[in-house]
Design a protein around this ligand. Structure first.
Ligand SMILES: [Zn+2]
Length: 135
């Protein structure tokens, strides 16, 4: 088989088209799964959480010691029609009192209750949408 000039041009055009499709698909995927992260200047624990050094157990009041962090991904209200996830490194404390009924406890925030996946405003947004757009 003889390779002619237009064969090379056709091959290069096909290669260019495939590369363009790959770039377009990558951009669409990145655009649709873009996440909004909490800015470091305003983490959720800075608004209402107690200072680290003076956190007492909720049951006994004994000053607790740090026990690491638990990563939580909260579902928040959509932002310009796109889903929003809020990553939160929730602080966990351990009570040093041996007789304490609660061995560990986690940081709480007004935006998300204990073990909550959607934020409080996402729940309000969803119930509001159900009330107004229910058919
Ligand atoms: Zn305790």
């Amino acid at each position: 088989m003889r390779v002619e000039g237009w064969h090379v041009m056709l091959f290069l055009a096909t290669l260019l088209a495939v590369a363009a499709v790959i770039v377009a698909v990558t951009l669409v995927v990145l655009w649709t799964v873009r996440r909004v992260r909490i800015a470091a200047a305003n983490p959720p624990d800075s608004a209402t959480a107690k200072p680290r050094s003076a956190t007492g157990g909720p049951d006994c009041g004994v000053i607790a010691v740090g026990h690491g962090r638990r990563r939580v991904r909260l579902h928040d209200i959509p932002y310009f029609g796109r889903p929003v996830r809020l990553p939160w490194a929730k602080r966990v404390w351990r009570c040093p009192d041996q007789g304490c009924p609660r061995m560990t406890f986690a940081e709480e925030h007004a935006l998300a209750g204990p073990r909550a996946k959607p934020t409080a405003r996402a729940v309000n947004w969803a119930t509001d949408a159900l009330q107004h757009f229910d058919t």
